[in-house]
Design a protein around this ligand. Structure first.
Ligand SMILES: C[S@@+](CC[C@H](N)C(=O)[O-])C[C@H]1O[C@@H](n2cnc3c(N)ncnc32)[C@H](O)[C@@H]1O
Length: 231
């Protein structure tokens, strides 16, 4: 397994190193994405494509319980290590599984999150249907992406070397629409102008100041995107 294929499905020693690095490198965009989520102490959360498990750890500080799922054994292993204490407390559970066939009952979760992972999902419309199946009615799906599909040189490079698909906000909204999600909201970060553009499902678009100062290397060629939707 090479460096780039490990982003799609981390394997072995190199996969473990990359997952640890992602736990660090993805911190700025993950924290920005989490700003758009109001986790309450009663919430039961599922993090899909949990990778190195840092977002599980962050959400478990507030939620009643957090589940993680990933189809990479290496991701499951590191997520379990990172969340060892929460697992002992019974606050976190982590499983190997594919988003295409989630190992959970219908209507199980208040919140489902997917950070830096939808680019790899094989059939995205069907996957979003699986997410909807496991969400409780009224539950929220949050998608966090470091790239918003802007077709610049950096993105073209990644598209070539990694088998991944960069979506624009309209693409994601379309896939969510096909699954009859409600209240779809897009948050786009314009780091250069320190603004956040918010697009509501009724067509309203507005901007707010964004004084978020947590930058990452990717800031040079991508703008971040978070999309939320309600079942
Ligand atoms: C780039 S990593 C992101 C990890 C973590 N969410 C983060 O933000 O750092 C993508 C993760 O998604 C997982 N993944 C990709 N496709 C998946 C699928 N079809 N089902 C479950 N997990 C998947 C990979 O194994 C990997 O751990």
């Amino acid at each position: 397994m090479g460096f780039f294929s490990n982003m799609r499905k981390p394997e072995g020693k190199l996969g473990n190193i990359q997952l640890k690095s992602m736990n660090k490198e993805h911190t700025p965009v993950s924290l920005w994405g989490l700003k758009h989520l109001n986790i309450s102490p009663d919430d039961i959360v599922l993090d899909i494509g949990c990778g190195g498990g840092m977002n599980i750890n962050r959400m478990a500080q507030t939620a009643k319980k957090v589940y993680g799922v990933d189809y990479s054994i290496e991701s499951v292993k590191l997520s379990k290590e990172v969340n060892e204490d929460f697992i002992k407390e019974g606050k976190v559970e982590i499983y190997e599984g594919n988003v295409m066939d989630l190992p959970f009952d219908d209507d199980s979760f208040d919140i489902v999150t997917a950070f830096e992972t939808v680019y790899f999902w094989p059939d995205i419309v069907k996957s979003f249907g699986e997410v909807k199946r496991v969400l409780k009615p009224g539950g929220m799906f949050l998608i966090g992406c470091e790239a918003n599909g802007t077709n610049n040189l950096g993105m073209k490079f990644f598209n070539k070397v990694i088998d991944m698909t960069f979506y624009e906000d309209n693409d994601l909204v379309g896939f969510l629409d096909k699954n009859d999600f409600n209240e779809i909201t897009v948050y786009l970060r314009d780091g250069k102008n320190k603004e956040e553009i918010i697009k509501k499902s009724d067509g309203e678009i507005f901007k707010i100041d964004d004084d978020y100062n947590n930058f990452s290397i990717s800031d040079r060629f991508v703008e971040w995107m978070t999309v939320t939707a309600i079942k």
